[in-house]
Design a protein around this ligand. Structure first.
Ligand code: ZN
Length: 167
């Protein structure tokens, strides 16, 4: 593999949606989902977020940080409902029929699931719970959650971008 190809592969790996989904999942989330039933779930706010919202007077002192929200489930977009994805380090740059023709064992392994990993987005559950936070939570709480999530997405994207470009 040429140096240029190697750089390109590195680039494609970091810019791959599966890679960034795994990176986002490794951050402290804005809330945890507790007791997720068919129609509702209890969200537990991140402790730091909760403290901040109490500090700013948006939530009462001693608030548990738990909120009940309605829920529905959607097929996970990251794995398209299979619960697994191929490790992006294998095929983030795309594979061609030549890759398989040159190496039949690789072909068998690839389609046989040897390179599959548990989906970073749904943790293998195949579906993700979807909430209408705007409807079910107080405005300032939604705002704080969105801000938190945007910050994670932004820092993950920045990190991935820098790595993709050899920083
Ligand atoms: Zn998934």
């Amino acid at each position: 593999m040429s140096y240029r190809d190697a750089m390109l592969e590195e680039h494609n790996y970091w810019m791959d949606g599966r890679t960034q989904a795994a990176m986002r999942a490794s951050h402290a989330q804005a809330y945890d989902v507790k007791d997720s039933g068919p129609h509702s779930a209890i969200l537990v706010l991140n402790e730091d977020l909760l403290a901040e919202l109490i500090d700013e007077g948006h939530l009462s002192d001693g608030h548990s940080g738990e909120f009940t929200v309605q829920t529905h489930f959607e097929v996970c977009g990251n794995c398209r409902g299979s619960g697994k994805t191929v490790n992006p380090s294998i095929d983030a740059s795309g594979l061609t029929s030549e890759d398989f023709a040159e190496d039949p064992d690789f072909r068998d392994d690839y389609f046989g699931g040897t390179y599959d990993i548990v989906c970073a987005e749904c943790s293998g559950h195949r579906v993700v719970a979807a909430f209408d936070l705007e409807r079910d939570l107080p405005g300032p709480v939604v705002k704080a959650i969105r801000f938190w999530e945007d910050s994670i997405a932004e820092s993950v994207y920045t990190e991935a971008y820098e790595r993709a470009h050899g920083a």
